[in-house]
Write a protein that binds this ligand. Sequence first.
Ligand SMILES: NC(=O)c1ccc[n+]([C@@H]2O[C@H](COP(=O)([O-])OP(=O)(O)OC[C@H]3O[C@@H](n4cnc5c(N)ncnc54)[C@H](O)[C@@H]3O)[C@@H](O)[C@H]2O)c1
Length: 279
Amino acid sequence: MLGRLEGKVAVVTGGASGIGAATVERLVSDGARVVIADLQDGPGTELATRLGSSARFIHTDVAREDDVRAAVAEATTTWGRLDVMFNNAGIGGVTGPLDQVSEAEYDATMDVLLKSVFFGIKHASPVMKRQQSGSIVSTASVCAFEAGIGTHLYSVAKAAIVMLTKTMAIELGEWGIRVNCVCPGYIATPLASGGTITDLGAERVGRKVERTRQRTADAQAIARSGEAEDVAALVAFLASDDSAWITGTAQLVDGGLMAGRPWRKQPSYLTERKDSAPG
Ligand SMILES: NC(=O)c1ccc[n+]([C@@H]2O[C@H](COP(=O)([O-])OP(=O)(O)OC[C@H]3O[C@@H](n4cnc5c(N)ncnc54)[C@H](O)[C@@H]3O)[C@@H](O)[C@H]2O)c1
């Protein structure tokens, strides 16, 4: 049986690790061919090699417009089209109080988290306009909706991605291009654990990710941490023609985090029934 993404070509930024890597694997297993665009050459090349002729790696710094343009060109020169652009690369961004944030730190954070998405959409759209079809997905976050889960600028960038998704959806819909974003909650990945595979090595990062997995298991209605594969499944749906009527949306994938405090953590006056005796 053919996969639901058979014949489609995708670019996944941040595809060497975490949510991006899981999405690369999922898209390929659904039949797509994928360009992995990432800063981390080792893990990116390793993943591409493992996936064989369905994947290629290109060194990319998404903070640079030229690199984003080159990642799109890698897809079109190799496979002649681009059906799916997943703007996913990310970092935690600058931390600490407002008065200690420098202009350079502001720019470095916003360039990776927001500028990259804008230019990802800019360079994917001409190819998709020619095809009169395409699906653009970007990774926002639950931090777009609630302050205090991520740092200030991280949250601001993610909220901006939600609005960018809407503005681009109404513009690009004229050419049959859909634009959506995914908003993950706590996902057990290197980013959420304070390190990268390249900096710390796969084993040490693996231990840190396991600690994140345990620490966040109880935070949401579904009592386990989110996994990169949970997000990948949503991206694969948004990439596919099964979501043909869905555009301009921000889709939560958070185990119920944004729905509210889990029942098991509610005070007893809300969860215990008080039957008033009749009469
Ligand atoms: N893990 C979570 O809990 C969580 C929750 C909500 C949103 N997100 C978002 O998910 C996305 C993926 O993060 P992840 O959790 O999978 O982390 P991750 O660290 O596993 O993956 C992020 C990838 O982005 C790459 N990257 C970073 N800066 C880059 C740059 N300038 N150019 C190219 N590649 C770059 C990294 O090398 C890495 O491979 C990010 O946008 C992040 O903000 C993560």
